[in-house]
Design a protein around this ligand. Structure first.
Ligand code: HEM
Length: 218
């Protein structure tokens, strides 16, 4: 659907629809797809520089569903999170446990922290939260190198195989707490546009963690 529209508008944009319509009867096939549809995949073409075989600009990778502009905005916004990795991570986990108290049992080191205050003050939780945030930091920084991104995030997903009782669906439980924690840290910098970008990013990361967890099965 989205891709189809993009593809269509790209073709029309290239030639101009009128010209194409006037090009002579029976030309509805448009002369083939010219093999460039891949460059348009993965989001709107909005402000992305024109990329092509001879442009010298890297083509968008269809596995990363973001435009160059969205990636740029994400990396710029993430600087605000990077400066507050630990409190953002702690808040994320506090929210995770607030809504899914049963998940605490998976964490040997802090399963006894039953109140919000105990969790907020725990060194162990802070350490783990910072490690997870550093992982996200690394993932976001490698979005421009999709092979490295997928290899890294899948590997992190696979490490969760070691956790007794861990279920791959648990990864999705962090989506909402992550977005809420980012919103709290960024405050007025958390615009609708940036929220949308964070949603795309965290979903991609979670899907990849799940894929890594699944691959590690066999
Ligand atoms: C954004 C999503 C997540 C990321 C990036 C992430 C990352 C990590 C990393 C890097 C480790 C350390 C692995 C190692 O020891 O080599 C880890 C351990 C662990 N993760 Fe995750 N994780 C995520 C989500 C979750 C969720 C949602 C849960 C629970 C429901 C969870 C439960 C655990 C547990 C129980 C451990 C082991 C902790 C320990 O050894 O004390 N993770 N995670």
């Amino acid at each position: 659907m989205g891709k189809f529209n993009l593809f269509k508008s790209r073709r029309m944009g290239c030639r101009g629809s009128k010209e194409e319509d006037d090009a002579g009867g029976g030309s509805k096939n448009g002369g083939g797809a010219s093999g460039s549809a891949g460059a348009a995949a993965g989001g709107s073409t909005a402000a992305a520089p024109a990329a092509g075989p001879s442009s010298g600009v890297a083509q968008a990778d269809p596995r990363i569903p973001m435009t160059a502009k969205q990636k740029y905005s994400l990396v710029a916004s993430w600087k605000g999170i990077h400066r507050a990795l630990e409190p953002t991570g702690i808040l994320m986990f506090v929210k995770l446990f607030e809504e899914n108290a049963e998940l605490l049992d998976l964490f040997e080191k802090f399963q006894n922290l039953r109140t919000r205050q105990e969790q907020e003050e725990s060194l162990e939780l802070a350490e783990h939260a910072t490690m997870v945030m550093n992982t996200l930091d690394n993932a976001i920084r490698t979005l421009d190198n999709p092979d490295a991104f997928f290899q890294f995030v899948e590997q992190v997903g696979s490490t969760h195989r070691r956790i007794p009782g861990y279920n791959k669906d648990y990864f999705w439980k962090i989506e909402k707490p992550f977005l809420e924690a980012v919103k709290t840290t960024l405050d007025e910098r958390y615009t609708e546009n940036i929220e949308n970008i964070y949603k795309i990013a965290i979903r991609l990361i979670i899907e990849t963690l799940v894929a890594g967890f699944e691959k590690a099965a066999g």
